[in-house]
Design a protein around this ligand. Structure first.
Ligand code: SF4
Ligand SMILES: [Zn+2]
Length: 148
């Protein structure tokens, strides 16, 4: 675990983001891997006690995804950070990105019942903002092409 990771894990926003990631991953693992051997995770953030009493209990595969996500969040160069799904310089490995998209699609709607209503609403608002920005960029690109 490097110094930057430890430092970032005391930032309120980073802590919030990794806790949401952990909760969403728990929902995914509960729904898909309840028959696997699962344990209280020992990711770097868990070892720093970021999750406290809510330390997730995951299978080995989901623990690895969570550990990967924790690192990406700690080393994210974006400030302010958009939702990863809307990031123009997505830093995830392609297979991790695919997994995260699948997991968010599954866990997002269920998170509303698990105390993440505010995060769910933020996702909807952010998605709208992102769609408008994409429309604005396409219109701008079309206008620029018309000038040539
Ligand atoms: S995908 Fe983008 S927003 Fe998400 S951690 Fe990577 S750089 Fe940051
Ligand atoms: Zn799992």
């Amino acid at each position: 675990m490097n110094e930057r990771f430890v430092e970032k894990m005391s930032d309120r926003q980073v802590i919030h983001d990794v806790k949401v990631l952990a909760d969403f991953t728990q929902i995914w693992c509960d729904g898909h891997h309840a028959d696997r051997t699962r344990r209280r995770v020992e990711t770097d953030a868990a070892l720093l006690d970021v999750y406290g009493r809510k330390t997730p209990t995951l299978c080995e595969e989901c623990e690895a995804h969570l550990a990967y996500g924790e690192k990406r969040r700690a080393h994210c160069p974006k400030d302010p950070k958009p939702f990863c799904a809307h990031c123009d310089t997505h830093c995830y490995r392609i297979e991790e990105r695919t997994w995260q998209q699948q997991m968010m699609r599954y866990s997002g709607p269920k998170s509303w019942r698990k105390g993440h209503a505010i995060d769910g609403i933020k996702h909807v608002l952010e998605a709208r903002k992102w769609r408008r920005e994409m429309e604005r960029r396409s219109a701008q690109a079309a206008a620029d092409t018309g000038k040539d």
